[in-house]
Write a protein that binds this ligand. Structure first.
Ligand code: ZN
Length: 129
């Protein structure tokens, strides 16, 4: 199964949970077992897994990402090198096992799209094998 999700972000740095949308795509494809690659095809965004129970964790991570960017003389003329930096720090993908037709995540885990140069409309590619 190959599928594409669209993610709309509204802030310059924003973590947006996409666990439910991924589970819906897996259910729609009637896949019971396997693994799902969640891949972000952008150079100023990323994918991560973290706690989704307490919304403050997501907000804390957003604040921490803002502070993580080093004070160096970036040369890239587009002016969004901090976003490119954070994209590489977090990484473009995660691979998650599928059991009984759903992502097999820990109790507190959710999958998050990480926007670092928003607001934008983004793509997330899913590949199940
Ligand atoms: Zn750029």
């Amino acid at each position: 199964m190959r599928q594409q999700l669209q993610v709309k972000t509204s802030q310059s740095i924003e973590l947006k949970e996409i666990t439910r949308e991924i589970n819906q795509a897996i259910a729609g494809a009637d896949i019971r077992e396997g693994a799902c690659l969640v891949f972000c095809p952008h150079t100023t965004a990323a994918i991560t897994i973290n706690e989704h129970a307490d919304p403050d964790v997501r907000l804390d991570l957003q604040k921490a990402f803002e502070k993580l960017v080093p004070s160096v003389p970036f040369a890239h003329v587009e002016g969004n090198s901090p976003a490119h930096f954070l994209s590489s720090v977090v990484g473009p993908s995660v691979l998650i096992p599928i059991r009984e037709g759903r992502l097999q995540l820990g109790t507190w885990q959710g999958v998050f799209f990480c926007e670092f140069d928003g607001p934008r409309t983004r793509q997330v590619w899913l590949q199940v094998s």
